[in-house]
Design a protein around this ligand. Structure first.
Ligand code: ADP
Length: 449
């Protein structure tokens, strides 16, 4: 329950953090965008003011003079000829386009603003636009309106720099100057890149911390599950011989058993056997807890592997009443190797016992010892049930057992292979496993000579 709560709080915190970072990115973007617009607006306004104070010297003024003359011409020559509504529309269009042309040709506005902005070290890749509105010709008979509509709404990347209204001899003109930052997103991104890099780094760090915490929690959970399994197994393993002993003890109390020396002996033997088994179990647990606390102290002796392994196999077959067929193969005739005989025996015994335990037909085991690149490699192959891929990486872990449906079907504490690996590494070697489910398993112990 506590773990679930912790995970929920962790995920909620992560979500909140990510949402906050997204909000931060959004507001930084908006802020930088505003600053960018402001900067371009201020600079172009400054440029415009400078240009206008130069009066006649600038292209705009010149354009106005030319427009003045042009409109005088229109008023004098064309307006008196207007007869129909269509004539009016045509002349309006014509005048407007001519005025635009004159202004475009004569104004140095864009160039001036561009140079000015560039002088301050900012990107000058933008476009400028002038919208004329209104444009009215002043005639003796009153005003002749050429253009009097609202200009199209500016695009998202456009800034209104300024609007002006001028009155000349023959016309009144209003115009709005706009600049369009076509590469706005790129510019804003460049401005905000440092902040974004910091945010990305912090997101990455938090994600890594989250992932590590998550992994640790999962590992903790796995270990606690393993421990629970181990305690269940151990209780079961210890209870079986204990209950046999209890029942046997009670049997001995019965008169008809007491009067039969044969039965007394049989029961006493059973008690003895179960006590030995109990003792072995307790020893295994004690050994493992001892191994945890101290480093291995090996009592090494020079041995010939073939001789030693052959003896171990013979003893194993005797103790299990010939429970398997074991084929042996050696190429280590002249080889000697330093081993702790007791530990090495335990290691091979564990592998043989597993080969028998995890086999659903008659066990046929192949044991080989070869000398390979300065190492002695002992292989134990069986024709058992095999181990599927997902378990292969874990079988050497302490208390790890594969539950074959009912966990107690095969007895064990999940310590055998753990022990095998610890002994192999204590000898400076290692153990590997390959397996095909349903076909069999091969363990390879490699120990340097
Ligand atoms: P235990 O035998 O006490 O369960 P081990 O550490 O010896 O513990 O083995 C761990 C697990 O590896 C076992 O539960 C079993 O499922 C699997 N295993 C070990 N050896 C073999 C084998 N030769 N064939 C199939 N499965 C095996």
């Amino acid at each position: 329950m506590k773990r679930h709560l912790l995970i929920t709080v962790l995920i909620a915190a992560l979500m909140f953090f990510l949402a906050f970072q997204i909000y931060m990115i959004h507001s930084i973007w908006k802020q930088k965008e505003e600053i960018l617009f402001m900067r371009y607006k201020t600079l172009s306004r400054e440029a415009l003011t400078i240009l206008l104070t130069k009066k006649k010297a600038n292209g705009f003024e010149k354009a106005m003079d030319v427009t003045d003359k042009f409109t005088e011409l229109v008023i004098g020559e064309q307006i008196p000829l207007l007869r129909t509504e269509a004539d009016t529309v045509t002349i309006r269009k014509e005048v407007l386009s001519q005025v635009y042309k004159i202004m475009e040709k004569n104004e140095h506005l864009s160039g001036f603003i561009r140079d000015y902005i560039e002088k301050y070290g900012y990107d000058s890749k933008f476009e400028t636009f002038t919208f004329i509105n209104p444009l009215t010709l002043i005639t003796g008979d009153g005003d002749f309106v050429i253009f009097d509509t609202i200009p199209p709404p500016p695009r998202k990347t456009m800034i209104v720099v300024n609007s002006f209204k001028e009155e000349h001899n023959n016309f009144v003109i209003g115009y709005t100057l706009l600049i369009d930052l076509t590469r706005k997103n790129e510019m804003v991104f460049r401005e905000a890149s440092f902040s974004f890099a910091l945010i990305t780094a912090s997101i990455l760090i938090v994600l890594i911390v989250f992932w590590v915490t998550w992994k640790n929690l999962a590992e903790e959970r796995r270990l606690s599950d393993l421990k629970t399994d181990f305690i269940n197994n151990m209780t079961h393993e210890l209870k079986t011989p204990l209950s046999t002993i209890t029942v046997a003890g009670r049997t001995l109390e019965k008169n008809q058993v007491l009067s039969d020396p044969g039965k007394v002996l049989e029961t006493a033997k059973l008690i003895g056997k179960q006590s030995v088994h109990l003792n072995q179990l307790i020893n295994t647990i004690l050994e493992v807890s001892l191994l945890e606390r101290t480093e291995f102290e090996l009592d090494k002796h020079k041995v010939n592997p073939e001789e030693l392994i052959h003896q171990i196999i013979a003893a194993f077959l005797t103790s299990c009443d010939g429970c398997a067929v074991i084929e042996e193969e050696y190429n280590t005739a002249d080889m000697t190797i330093e081993l702790d005989i007791l530990y090495f025996t335990t290691m091979i015994n564990n592998l043989l016992a597993n080969a028998v335990k995890y086999c659903e037909t008659d066990p046929v085991i192949k044991v080989s010892a070869v000398s390979e690149g300065g190492n002695m490699v002992v292989s134990v192959s069986d024709n058992g049930i095999g181990i599927s891929r997902e378990h292969l990486d874990h079988i050497f872990e302490k208390f790890y057992r594969i539950t074959h449906g009912n966990i107690h079907k095969t007895k064990g504490l999940g310590l055998g292979l753990y022990y095998v690996r610890r002994i192999a590494t204590a000898h400076g070697g290692d153990v590997t496993v390959t397996s095909k489910p349903g076909r069999g398993t091969t363990f390879r112990i490699s120990i340097p000579q």
